[in-house]
Design a protein around this ligand. Structure first.
Ligand code: XMP
Length: 516
């Protein structure tokens, strides 16, 4: 069994970054909400535990706590921000709210005593830039702890009980603004917890194939393909694991991009020789969405309709016990509040939150623990063609969430054409691989224009392009004005129905990548 680290989540927006840093250093880890950690430790045996930050105050009556087992199981513990504070409070120290001396943003810590957390990078007397974000602060340490670093507003910026291997930092080593935070986390996972750092995607693939075989047994599995990277990787992985027990279905929702169906059919039927049912369900989907404009309703309807279609297909092939989905780790984490965890739900990703209770099939979700870029590495490991692996993400609900308001066939056609022009220009400019995701959005607004000698009254098209590493945070892509002008001219000239183009310059947060 590979070494692993458990991350106990107290609801920080950057908990996933801790997981990314840990995995980047070759150590497998999982995140668990604080209220499920005890249960998790029944079957998960980590070599170290990290307590995340979180929005609560340790001094509140209902403040979330780490289960006692975290501190009694004998493994090293690292508390980050809220995690440090709750560790102190739970082990007999004291934390206070500090209204006047809150610390947000860049800060500098000074090391006052050598510590394993800083080994190989910082010794006593040296300073280091870090990122702070806290209101509460530790005022008295539990027995056995000592201060190892201070900052101007945090006299307990880093603390350690080296005999029990408990460490706490008030700052966030997982964010890019703490430039050498990754090294500190690596010291915790490798030096302090003793992880070897030998976790690779090839190893993950073998473990996952064995796990799928065990889960599925001799039963049949239906796998929905969407044209995106995730579902393609799931299908190829499952094919390697269970061969003919797998039946792939490409459901054409009527809300796919131009040419999507042909590309998927080609790849699976012809390149891989994996049998594929091509189900044109566009009438069904569009009929159910008729007149619906609320984003969450759209997502729920689409999720439920997918299940209807999969269940019908399962019946056609004489029954299937499982449905395979390309659910990713960020979907699982973002949906945690559905099961009572600490973070807030922004959107119900249909492949997690929107599944109807009544579904008759059990789920196989082999990518549940992976981030997007890890899925790409796995895709390459499985021999998927580079142009498929490198594709921009495409959401399960498809173009439905790129047409705010009601969806009609006419709007879908207009949007598909604009999207083709936009992506064509991005490819020609050599920017496709630099950009995480780029797409056109059709706004439910008509504006007045003038073309030739005539007045037009047509839709507005918004263009979106973002850079990101995992879709959790994103920046808009800074196209040149020349480029934007060229795309705008081409869309207005070539796509009937659009007479105005705008560029979305919102980052995530505060925006999301998709418009709905
Ligand atoms: P947001 O819009 O939440 O999107 O910033 C983050 C990433 O997730 C994709 N996305 C989805 N993928 N089913 C999916 O498979 C969904 O329901 C869904 N909603 C958003 C989005 O395209 C972006 O890459």
């Amino acid at each position: 069994m590979t070494d692993s680290i458990l991350i106990v989540d107290f609801g920080s927006q950057v908990t996933q970054l801790i997981a990314r840093r840990v995995r980047e250093s070759g150590v497998y880890c999982e995140i668990v909400p604080f209220n499920k950690a005890d249960e998790m430790l029944d079957h998960f045996n980590p070599k170290g535990i990290i307590l995340s930050g979180g929005p609560a105050s340790v001094t509140g009556i209902d403040a979330p706590r780490a289960p006692d087992r975290v501190f009694t199981s004998g493994v090293p513990v690292l508390g980050i921000c809220y995690g440090e504070q709750t560790m102190c409070e739970q082990l007999g120290g004291k934390v206070e709210g500090s209204e006047d001396e809150r610390e947000f943003g860049r800060a500098v810590i000074s090391v006052i005593e050598d510590c394993a957390l800083f080994e190989g990078m910082l010794t006593t007397g040296e300073q280091e830039p870090v990122w702070m974000s806290h209101g509460d602060r530790v005022v008295a340490l539990p027995k056995g702890f000592k201060v190892v670093a201070v900052s101007s507003n945090a006299p307990f910026a880093a603390i350690a009980d080296e005999s029990r291997h408990f460490y706490g930092v008030q700052f966030h080593p997982e964010v890019a603004h703490t430039p050498r935070g990754k090294l500190m986390l690596r010291n915790f996972t490798h030096r302090i917890s003793g992880c070897k750092g030998d976790w690779t995607m090839a190893a993950f693939k073998d473990v996952e194939i064995a796990r799928i075989r065990k889960q599925v047994g001799k039963e049949r599995v239906i796998c929905g393909l969407s044209g995106g990277v995730d579902s393609s990787v799931v299908a190829v992985l499952l094919h390697e694991a269970i061969g003919d027990q797998l039946q792939c279905v490409f459901v054409d929702t009527g809300m796919m991009r131009a040419g999507e169906a042909e590309q998927v059919v080609n790849l699976f039927r012809h390149h891989y020789n994996i049998p594929l049912i091509h189900n044109d369900a566009s009438d069904l989907f569009l009929g159910k969405l008729d007149g619906v404009s609320d984003p969450e309703k759209k997502r729920k309807i689409i999720g439920a309709t997918f299940i209807d279609v999969f269940e019908a297909e399962a019946k056609n092939i004489g029954g299937a016990a499982f449905l395979a989905q390309g659910t990713l780790y960020p979907d699982v984490i973002e949906s945690v509040s559905f099961t009572g965890g600490p973070s807030v739900t922004i959107k119900s990703h249909h492949n997690v939150g929107g599944l109807p209770e009544r579904m008759n099939m059990k789920l196989v979700e082999p990518l549940r623990e992976l981030f997007k870029d890890e899925v790409r590495v796995l895709g390459r490991e499985l021999g998927l063609p580079e142009d498929f692996v490198g594709r921009h993400p495409f959401p399960g609900p498809g173009l439905a969430i790129r047409i705010p308001g009601e969806i009609t066939r006419e709007k879908l056609d207009i949007l598909r054409k604009a999207d083709v022009v936009y992506l064509d220009e991005i490819r020609k400019a050599g920017l496709y691989d630099t950009i995480w995701q780029a797409f056109a959005v059709l706004l439910p607004v008509r504006t007045v224009g003038v073309m030739g000698d005539g007045r037009t009254y047509d839709y507005v098209c918004a263009l979106r392009a973002v850079t990101s590493t995992d879709g959790m945070t994103a920046d808009y892509y800074p196209f040149t004005h020349d480029f934007l002008g060229r795309v705008s001219t081409r869309i207005i000239n070539e796509v009937k129905g659009i007479n105005r183009v705008v560029y979305d310059i919102t980052a995530k947060p505060p925006g999301t990548i998709e418009w709905e």
